[in-house]
Design a protein around this ligand. Sequence first.
Ligand SMILES: [Zn+2]
Length: 233
Amino acid sequence: MTTSDLPFNYQVVRSRRRRTASLMVDMGRVEVRVPALADAHWVERWVRSKADWIMPRLETQTRALEQNEIRIEQNGRFTVDGVACALNWGRGTQTQVHELPCHIQVTLSRRIRKDEQVATREILKRWMVERAEQALTDRCRALGSLTGLNPKQVQVKDYRRKWGQCNAKGEIILNWRLMHLLPAQREYVMIHELCHLSELNHGRRFWALVERHCPDYRQYRESLSVAYPFLMW
Ligand SMILES: [Zn+2]
């Protein structure tokens, strides 16, 4: 990480194969990729010359983090179905997750010895995966029937960089973290992946198909750009 008088930090990744410099603002971080021998002062000057491009993107992503960061702490924040809930935990006889209006209360069994915060994180992940396995696979299959785009298989997995995936074998894999999103947002992701069963690319025909089954897809795609904090915990 490089610190300078710029209003942001950035990470420099050097590569022997690279001949030009490129820039990425992703998940609230700035990354600069440069040839292995690029001069450090040149890199700094180059990044500075791109500040007008970097800043608005970084600001949007930082705001997203303030809005959507999952905070596993007492009086923290845990978002379910697009609703940001207050999070708390306490001890009890049996480990369970209670879902109250705008509030998630985790009970940790007295037998749990590990750090309470670590335990709460694990319990919440398991709880979300269970919800996802039911809700996502059923809904995706139902949407498959509605659209006539039927997957061979629907699976739920853990991804840090994407919401879902469709492969050439006709299998759709959905990220359990979709359960953080509004139902309409995750339906867009499912329709997106289902449309890949017919068009395994992001060409014009692909987006036309997405639009036919999800007319407001642009709005949902845009809204996902600030949902990345849900991929980070
Ligand atoms: Zn896609």
